[in-house]
Write a protein that binds this ligand. Structure first.
Ligand code: GLY
Length: 343
């Protein structure tokens, strides 16, 4: 059993000139969570700290810098789960909360599981949290994208291959870039196999940006936690809620099995309860990496969904997989000096 922490910055398409910023944002978030783990802090605290770092980074679709609804508002969702107690806290559709994951954490400590909208914000005030102005969450870049109408090509998902992380000893950075080139070369064809094309269906080009963030940690006591935070999909219908605040869909944790955080087109993750399914693959004897691959394969084949997930098993072993062009991520486990980051 060892300390471990993994974060993601969303699955989807990203121009190559943004790769390093995405890697650096994930690295910084991993360091924020790792500091807590090495000081003996809990997996839950580490997950919250890592996700707050990503929410505060305007380059990711969560907290400040989230994508906007079709009527131009940032409506944020977040949730997290304690694998030791199975306690869950989540919020949906909040518009005046700078760090929705912090509010989700307060909900976790209450008798509630999921609070939405104005009621969640009222709960925040009663818990002593400051509300922000809705406009504080809207960055000039997201406002400009919304004004343009989130045109095709603007962070659209052109998911084209199932790419998998091979764990802490692999160079998934190089692997991902290679896979990205292969995806471009296929020019609109979808492939589905680890490192090889196995089919050729029309690729999903849905015009939505996926940039949900998330984290999973295992602490010194062997406890797991997982969480996620998002602005949802770009130009979403006001009130639309995706997988991110829904336990078993956007996140899941259970001591002994591990933790999962998902990113992608949320409706498909909800249909499959994909985060829980990934843990069920571990329960059935899969390794961390095999469980991540199996879950994304299921997403791909069963509902033709797009996205990715990160995973730690109960012993802190790393797994991740995606069927989109990129999924920014970083992980650090005991024995590593600095996080490994990739897209
Ligand atoms: N995965 C984020 C969403 O669909 O809202």
């Amino acid at each position: 059993m060892g300390l471990a922490l993994i974060v993601h910055g969303g699955a989807g398409a990203m121009s190559r000139d943004r790769y390093e910023a995405a890697r650096e944002g994930c690295r910084a978030a991993a360091v924020a969570g790792w500091r807590i783990l090495v000081q003996g802090g809990s997996a839950l605290d580490a997950v919250q700290a890592a996700i707050m770092a990503l929410e505060d980074n305007p380059g990711f679709n969560a907290g400040t810098g989230a994508v906007l609804t079709k009527d131009g508002r940032a409506q944020l969702d977040a949730g997290l789960m304690d694998g030791a107690t199975l306690d869950i806290g989540a919020v949906a559709g909040v518009e005046r909360i700078k760090n929705p994951i912090a509010l989700a954490r307060s909900v976790l400590a209450s008798p509630h599981v999921l609070l939405m909208g104005a009621g969640a914000e009222e709960f925040a005030v009663n818990a002593g949290m400051a509300l922000c102005e809705p406009g504080e969450l809207v960055t000039p870049a997201q406002y400009a994208r919304w004004q343009r109408g989130y045109a095709a090509g603007d962070d659209v998902n052109i998911g084209s291959q199932l790419d998998v992380g091979a764990g802490p000893h692999s160079n998934s950075n190089g692997k991902s870039e290679k896979a990205e080139k292969a995806g471009s070369a296929k020019n609109g064809r979808r492939s589905g196999k680890v490192g090889a094309q196995v089919d050729a269906q029309p690729v999903h080009v849905d015009g939505h940006k996926h940039g949900t963030v998330g984290a999973v940690a295992v602490d010194a006591a062997g406890h797991t936690a997982a969480g996620a935070s998002t602005g949802g999909i770009a130009a979403k219908h006001p009130g639309r809620i995706g997988d991110t605040p829904l336990p078993g869909c956007g996140f899941c944790a259970e001591d002994g099995l591990g933790g999962v955080s998902s990113t992608g087109h949320g409706e498909d993750f909800i249909r499959l309860l994909l985060a829980r399914r990934a843990l069920d693959f571990i329960a059935a004897g899969h390794s961390a990496q095999a469980a991540a691959i199996a879950a994304i394969r299921l997403l791909d084949t069963r509902v033709h969904g797009d996205g990715g997930l990160i995973l730690l098993d109960g012993a802190g072993r790393v797994g991740y997989a995606r069927n989109t062009q990129t999924m920014a991520h970083a992980f650090i486990i005991e024995g590593m000096d600095t996080p490994f980051a990739g897209v």
